[in-house]
Design a protein around this ligand. Structure first.
Ligand SMILES: NC(=O)c1ccc[n+]([C@@H]2O[C@H](COP(=O)([O-])OP(=O)(O)OC[C@H]3O[C@@H](n4cnc5c(N)ncnc54)[C@H](O)[C@@H]3O)[C@@H](O)[C@H]2O)c1
Ligand SMILES: N[C@@H](CCC=O)C(=O)O
Length: 550
């Protein structure tokens, strides 16, 4: 295969994918509704294991059900066996040589084309799969499976181009120095969560763009949308074997993958306890590996809104609206979701009034009924876990359930958006990641802002996202400084969710992850192993130094 030889080239201009609004009667709305209907009629869909471009359609079958209607199966997927994992690793390593020497312009073309296919040909299909399979409403599906995934694929190309352009600034006389950004020695293992179709695409796609080969294990609760992404990448020209699609039982697959001497990197997004376990497993296998594996993981959070005493009534209403969005959009199942709010006692009565007024406008229902802001949580485990937290709060003498609290799994996994107020800043719903539509308010003394910032930071091991609501510049400076290490993504007078690729690189510190910032240049640096090349043009006349002369 001979690729075009380009001494230099320019990527098309890279911008955020324009968002579409899906108002009633719009062409977008009509087409999305039609696709949802067709998909519901045509399912359940078969999802194979795909190794070296071959679809494997036998073996164990597992199901992905619709969270809004758990009796309906959206997809039946094959579970990769340990022997198939071995084949996937061998096939990926065989594909590595041709992929890593393919010029960057050609690799980038695959991802740029995939983004365009998603933005146009497959927009509604990928959105419908995300709405039905992961329980997102139209807007949440748009920002994830249309906009964010296009942004990841396109901005990664821009960041890679910038990285490759980083070359040694100096050359001595008769010497030419170059930096080559090689892929890692071995293969990358991408393990993705259920909650963002885009994150699955980025976990597999970002290392692949840099010339790596990847095994991609999707979440059981997002298999169908993730498979569509994989198929789009293949349609865009991704060669066989570069990404191997291996759904199936997580512990068995992970054990097999992490035992391979060629394992070079884990690219993980999911819960903190799983990430820690995988990190420990990698450490135990250290002597097996040919290189030091790069471990990249973004995990849980206990994200906050901190209300500063400087706020006035109008600002408080804003803070309440932003809290409703931050806590309840996508049912609180964003790693960035707001789940604790600190409100000064002087402001609480008004804040409470505003937030309850807004809460009363929320409706809960299936994503296919477009009017609902809140949909189902992802599965039975999530439903039981979130319900457990709500029931715990109902019986906790320090807690009062101000609104919501209803849980109904008769048709779908519905938890009504719940607001708790607690007298104990360390009560379970203030400290543990819930990953559901539950937010807890702690009322602090308005003269204790400084101590409350300290309390906020010490309350959990996480540091993912957080927002400060403050009126004047001095208060903004004060809060920003006091909360410096409380969040990897920090917002001022805005909700703590909704980071946009190319605008707010995303990731948290402390127990929330390695903070390599998805949607940024720094993430890509984790998937390359640079080679410094020095070429000498002039011969030496002899080995001795001038200083050897006497
Ligand atoms: N920080 C971020 O950028 C970010 C983004 C999205 C989600 N998250 C986090 O992800 C979590 C929600 O996603 P989830 O429920 O899919 O997470 P999860 O940890 O249950 O699953 C994530 C992936 O790990 C796999 N997995 C589960 N158990 C495993 C085990 N024992 N061994 C190996 N692999 C295993 C799953 O199959 C899945 O592919 C939340 O904690 C959320 O905060 C973080
Ligand atoms: N981009 C998302 C992060 C994804 C977490 O699940 C946000 O900021 O809301």
């Amino acid at each position: 295969m001979q690729a075009a030889q380009l001494a230099t080239f320019r990527l098309p201009s890279i911008d955020n994918e324009p968002m579409r609004n899906y108002p009633p009667g719009s062409q977008d709305r009509i087409k999305l509704e039609a696709t949802l209907k067709e998909m519901q009629e045509a399912g359940p869909f078969e999802v194979p294991v795909v190794i070296n471009g071959q679809k494997i359609e036998d073996g164990n079958v597992a199901e992905q059900v619709m969270p809004a209607n758990h009796k309906t199966v959206l997809a039946r997927y094959r579970e990769a066996t340990p022997a198939q994992i071995d084949q996937a690793i061998a096939g990926a390593l065989a594909a590595k040589e041709a992929w890593e020497v393919m010029p960057f312009s050609e690799r980038a073309a695959v991802f740029l084309k995939a983004a365009d296919l998603i933005a146009h040909k497959y927009r509604y299909k990928l959105m419908a799969a995300t709405m039905l399979g992961q329980g997102k409403n139209a807007w949440q599906a748009e920002i994830d499976s249309a906009a964010e995934i296009c942004d990841f694929f396109r901005f990664n190309c821009k960041y890679a181009e910038e990285m490759y352009a980083q070359q040694p600034p100096k050359n001595s006389a008769g010497v030419w120095n170059r930096s080559e950004y090689r892929p890692l020695d071995g293969f990358v293992f991408a393990v993705s969560p259920f909650n963002f179709t885009a994150i699955g695409g980025n976990l597999a796609g970002a290392p692949a763009l840099m010339g790596n080969v990847v095994l991609w294990k999707p979440s059981p609760s997002a298999v169908y949308s993730n498979y569509i992404v994989f198929e789009i990448l293949r349609e865009a020209g991704l060669p066989d074997g570069v990404i191997q699609f291996v759904p199936g039982p997580a512990p068995e697959i992970c054990e097999r993958v992490l035992a391979s001497p060629d394992f070079a990197s884990l690219h993980f997004t999911g819960s903190t306890h799983v990430f820690k376990k995988l990190w420990k497993d990698i450490a135990l296998n250290m002597d097996t590996y040919k290189s030091y594996p790069r471990i990249v993981g973004e995990t849980g959070g206990k994200n906050f809104h901190m209300i500063h005493p400087s706020l006035e009534a109008d600002d408080l209403r804003q803070a309440a609206i932003q809290t409703i969005r931050g806590a309840f959009e996508y049912q609180g199942q964003k790693c960035s979701a707001c789940s604790r709010v600190y409100v000064p006692d002087t402001h609480f009565p008004q804040f409470k009034k505003f937030i309850l007024e807004e809460h009363a406008k929320l409706t809960v229902g299936a994503p296919t009924e477009f009017q609902h802001f809140v949909g189902p949580v992802i599965n039975r485990n999530a439903f039981d876990k979130v319900k457990g937290y709500i029931n715990g709060a109902k019986t906790n003498e320090n807690c009062e359930v101000l609104a919501g609290g209803k849980c109904d799994d008769s048709i779908g996994y519905y938890i009504h958006p719940t607001i708790i107020v607690t007298k104990d800043p360390k009560s379970p719903t203030m400290t543990e990641e819930i990953f559901g539509p539950v937010v807890t308010i702690y009322v602090y003394g308005s003269s204790d802002f400084k101590q409350t910032c300290k309390l906020l930071e010490e309350t959990t091991p996480y540091a993912l996202t957080g927002s400060l609501f403050a009126r004047d510049r001095a208060s903004i400076i004060e809060g920003t400084q006091l909360l410096r290490h409380a969040a990897g993504n920090f917002y001022i007078n805005d909700k703590c969710t909704g980071a946009v690729v190319g605008q707010q690189p995303f990731g948290g510190g402390k127990a929330s992850g390695t903070n390599d910032k998805a949607g940024s240049y720094t993430l890509l640096t984790r998937f390359v192993s640079a080679r410094s090349i020095k070429e000498n043009f002039l011969p030496l006349e002899g080995f001795s130094y001038p200083s050897n002369l006497v």
